[in-house]
Every structure is written in structure tokens, then in C-alpha cells.
Design a protein around this ligand. Sequence first.
Ligand SMILES: CC(C)(COP(=O)(O)OP(=O)(O)OC[C@H]1O[C@@H](n2cnc3c(N)ncnc32)[C@H](O)[C@@H]1OP(=O)(O)O)[C@@H](O)C(=O)NCCC(=O)NCCS
Length: 341
Amino acid sequence: MPNAYISGTGYFVPDDVVTNDELAKRFNIDTNDEWIRKRTGIEERRFAPDGMGTAFMGARAAEQAIEAAGLTTKDIDMIVLGTLSPECTFPGTGVFVQRELGFADVNNFVPCLDIRNQCSGFLYGLGTAASMVRGGGYKNVLLIGAECHSHALDLSTRGRTVASLFGDGAGAVIVSATDEDRGVRRWTLGADGRFAETLWQRVWDIQRFPFIPQNEEGQGLVEPELMWAQMDGRQVFRHAVEKMITSLMTVCWQEKIEIKDVDLFLFHQANLRINEYIQKQLNIPDDKVFNNIMRYGNTTAGTIPILMAEAEREGILKPGMKVGMAAFGSGFTWGAALMDW
Ligand SMILES: CC(C)(COP(=O)(O)OP(=O)(O)OC[C@H]1O[C@@H](n2cnc3c(N)ncnc32)[C@H](O)[C@@H]1OP(=O)(O)O)[C@@H](O)C(=O)NCCC(=O)NCCS
């Protein structure tokens, strides 16, 4: 059975930097740098311009990852894409990326799979891609986490709790087969649907007939509570620390190693305070944790692959390192993974 390792990484963030003060000024939101920074660690985030969506950002990250792996689109056997901000309801965003990158070719109809697991979407995707590669059916799986949050945020004082957390961006990796003794060692995934409404964005209600009420002209009418994401932040925070800690401990126990044996931790970037709490509980020194939430906010499925690509380019993530990852988000869904880089 081959091992599955990451042969290339890439990321893309839009140019528009929106600082906390800028968020207040530009959108007339009653918030400030001190409130956001103190509670979340976020200093700024990126917003995509009108006309740029999730597939475009995912495709740019993917191009980098393919090149970094020394491959071309012809070598990619499968696209797996995680997002909570898809291009549309259907089809999935993977096919838009495939088309954007010129994969759609009569000789090469690369299959596309969308993963809808929000902030843990990348780790769900990693488990899926690694299983495919280890199963022997696929040699190179392109795994993308991409989000265009800003176009679907309630950028007003009413929506400030959620709007101050999220940013746009995409990360991509190539999960490749190897006979070398390295790569993804272990992963664990979990979900608790009892909390499905604790962090959610409905947009419509499919139980209603019709799913979106219409006016006389046939235009859809969506109430603000349906249109924008709703969150109980304190519940999310509490469950995030618990599930990220226990799932990290689970993968370490399964691998018969201790937390101290891990060289670098790449945690989901939802809130710096969540990561600091985990770090403290697990006694992890500062130089073993890499965070970038200060610069990008929460890019949901994009956080871990963006971190990975940046850490690799900055020389923080080096060959031979044992890497621990953990994420938690809407669903609730969560996961952790261990990998030898
Ligand atoms: C969102 C979060 C920072 C809010 O912090 P909190 O201490 O729980 O704050 P609360 O929601 O109780 O709000 C406290 C007050 O600040 C206000 N507030 C909320 N957002 C604000 C903002 N951006 N700027 C200024 N004030 C704000 C609230 O309106 C509230 O005011 P009130 O007391 O007058 O009603 C925190 O709960 C959190 O980070 N949770 C995890 C969320 C997360 O990670 N989500 C993504 C998961 S993948």
C-alpha cells in the first residue's frame, strides 16, 4: 500500500487588506480594533473584489500547488474541494475550478468532489484524499480549501459578531502516492448534529413550499436571519477547545506518540484565543505553533492549507517534521491529523 504525502502547496489571498478600523469605517459598523483584536487576535483580513469568487481563488492556489509538486494538470487524477461559500447551490465548486484550470479535456475528465464540512472541510478532505491515494486508485489528488466569505457577510452593526471574524482566501495541496516512509499517518473526524443550528447560514428553508417566498413579481424575499450566518459564539468556543484537544490526543494515542513529539502544530484559525487555550492545556511551546489569523481572519476551509503553504515558504515547515493539525467548526464537525512532512 503506498503512503500519501503532500508533494506541493499553494495559496492565494486577494489584495484588498481590510484592517479592523477599516471594517468599521468602510462599512459603517459599530466596532473597533481593540474589541476585535482582544477577543480574536484578528488584526486584518482580505476581501475579494466584486466579480472574484471561490473558484477563482481556489484555482490560483491550485496552480501554485501543482507547480510546487513539479506536476502539470495532466498528472492530477481527482479534485477534492472544501468550501462553505460555493459558487452556487449546485453544481459543486470543484467543477468550476476544473474548468478554470483547463482540466476539462476529452482525454482527461478529472472527477470533482465537493466537501461541505465548513471549518473542518480541509481535514475531511485530507482524510478522503489520503484514503484514495493509499487505496492505490489515485496517484495525485488536488485538495483545495477555498472561501469567498466577504460577499456573504452581514457587513453592518447587526452582523458585526460574525462579520469581524471571517476573511477570503484559498489554500491547496497535492496529496500524492509515495513508497517512502512519510506522509499522512493518522486522522480522526467527528460530528455532532445536535449543534447544527449553533453556527449556520440557511439562505432558504427547503421545508417551506416554496423554499423562498416570492413577491408578486416572482422575486424571492429572504429574511435577514435566513440570509446571514447566525452563531452562538460562546458555545462554538467551548466546544472547539474541547473537540480539538481530544481529537489531537486521540491521533497521538493511536500513533503511540505524545504531544511533545510533534514538531509543528497547524491549527484551524478561528480565534487566536481558542488556539492559545489549546496550546496552554497541552503544554505546547510557542515555537511549535504557527498562526496567521492576525493577517487573514478565519478563512474556514482555507485556514490549514494556507498556513501550510506559508509555513513551508517561510522555512518553518521542513522535511522530516512531524506535523499535527486540528480543526473545528459548523455542524459541529471537527478533525485532527498527524503527518510526517
Ligand atoms: C465571537 C466571539 C469573539 C464573541 O465574543 P464574546 O465575548 O462571546 O462576545 P459576545 O458575543 O457575548 O458579545 C459581547 C458584546 O460585544 C458586542 N460585540 C459583538 N461583536 C462585536 C464587534 N465586532 N465589535 C464590537 N462589539 C461587538 C456584542 O453585541 C455584545 O454586546 P452587548 O453585551 O451589549 O450585547 C467569541 O464568542 C468567539 O470567538 N467564539 C468562537 C467563534 C468562532 O470561532 N467561530 C468560528 C468557528 S469555526
